[in-house]
Design a protein around this ligand. Sequence first.
Ligand code: AHM
Ligand code: MG
Length: 324
Amino acid sequence: MTTLTDLAGYLASESADEAVKEVVVVIAQACARISRVVASGAILGNLGAAGQVNVQDEEQKKLDLITNDILSEALQGCPAVAGLASEELEAIETTGRQGGFLVTFDPLDGSSNIDVNVSVGTIFSILPAPDGQIPTEADFLLPGRRQVAAGYAVYGPQTMLVLTLSGGVVAFTLDADGAWLLTHPNLAIAADTAEFAINMSNQRHWAEPVRRYIDGCLRGKDGPRGKNFNMRWVASMVADVHRILMRGGVFLYPWDAREPDRAGKLRLLYEANPMALIVERAGGKATDGQTAILDLQPVKLHQRAPVVLGSANEVDQVVAATAA
Ligand code: AHM
Ligand code: MG
């Protein structure tokens, strides 16, 4: 058996700033801990609702709160971190330090799946912090292109950490001893696909162009696309994006008419932006339908965005269908 490089070995070979690497190590350790806590589920009495809602008015699970605490405590203790923001925290937290980095995260994405033992994950984004001052919320409102690193951990049949630092996209698998081993040194998303991911139950609420695009896929080889499509929807963005990284596909969470004043379901700073950076670095595309996700200027911390991402040529098809 060949010996696999671990996270420390990989980081030693990477040209990124040493302080960013420190932040990545702290997050990776926290994700390994979260993996154990998630895996213990009912044994530790951690499944089920926490009995409160978050800033987005969504019911929080016990594990949303536990995993949020694990990550925020880890980042509070990391010398290179000046501030953090989480899906589960209304306001930013500062660490009392200046300079270094800001981290935004969704500690347990797809948490509606926890109680039924389906894959969930942690998503994170690392941004530069302002020099010479304690960060404020405004300092977090940077376009996704300013991210210095992004990644996610997926807690599935295998626990994996997908990461992009200064170059491409790599993935590590957590071994039984708690080490992250580099199992996927160069992830690239196939440009073409015949697989789409969308919550079809919202069909009647979509805008007409999205309906038209999906209708074209559903009509298969008898329709305008001239080929049959498969559909997958895990309802865990990490799991859906992970599948797309591994075998191609397109993921859509568009605006819909259920909450017309909201741009979509997914949040820009800790869901759409980190996933968009990973997808672009792997050769795919990520857009809100008009603008590359990474070029959107955030105006508030928990802002939402419509998301279309994945195989480059299929994202182009969505954009063309929605522009028509
Ligand atoms: P969460 O962060 O509260 O878990 O919500 C985000 C999740 C995504 O992981 C997933 O793509 C989407 O919500 C699923 O939404 P739906 O319940 O409409 O299928
Ligand atoms: Mg989420």
